[in-house]
Design a binder for this molecule. Structure first.
Ligand SMILES: [Zn+2]
Length: 185
């Protein structure tokens, strides 16, 4: 079986507009919350968008990320922990990336991986990841004021308090789409 070469160029966010048009047709509502995700200073290629649509008493969550780190080992897992953290800021300091993101967002006081902020891990392909899922853990507006964080390693969905998913490599502040911006639709 032929494995994809690690030298393939990174996939860019070229599907976004078509995807958003499809979402608009499906749900006929704009996303109520969104985040622009950026990599920390030594991962400047990471960039992405997350859109949260109200759907069936929960949230339909669409995330599209490019520039995820790629291993030179073609068999290395390209799986990244992906969570909503309780803090509201992606500011970094000299010691640590995104220290103000804090722990996983956990309004229900549950163990990991039953936090409201525990999301399906991102599966990267040539640095690109696309994820669409439904959660009844929160409504889009409830996630506003928190932060989305991508981790360097897979979430083991077991270790406390955060799945042993390693360092925070990218972050986005979740904002309300108050004016139902057409740009995000
Ligand atoms: Zn968690």
């Amino acid at each position: 079986m032929r494995r994809p070469s690690v030298n393939k160029p990174m996939v860019k966010l070229q599907m976004s507009n078509d995807l958003r048009r499809a979402m608009r047709c499906l749900f006929n509502v704009p996303p109520q919350a969104y985040a622009f995700i950026e990599g920390r200073s030594d991962c400047p290629d990471i960039w992405g968008v997350a859109l949260m649509y109200p759907y069936l008493d929960g949230t339909l969550f669409l995330a599209e990320i490019q520039g995820l780190p790629q291993s030179l080992d073609p068999c290395a897992p390209a799986i990244y922990g992906f969570h909503i953290h309780e803090g509201d800021s992606c500011r970094s300091d000299a010691k640590e990336p995104f220290p103000q993101t804090g722990a996983h967002w956990n309004p229900g006081h549950c163990p990991h991986p039953s936090h409201a902020g525990d999301l399906p891990p991102l599966f990267g392909s040539c640095g690109y990841a696309l994820s669409l899922f439904y959660t009844r853990g929160f409504m889009p507006e409830e996630a506003v004021g928190h932060t989305l964080v991508i981790h360097a390693m897979p979430d083991d969905l077991k270790s406390q308090p955060s799945g042993a998913s390693g360092e925070k490599i990218a972050c986005g502040e979740i904002l309300a789409n108050e004016d139902a911006s057409e740009d995000l639709r």
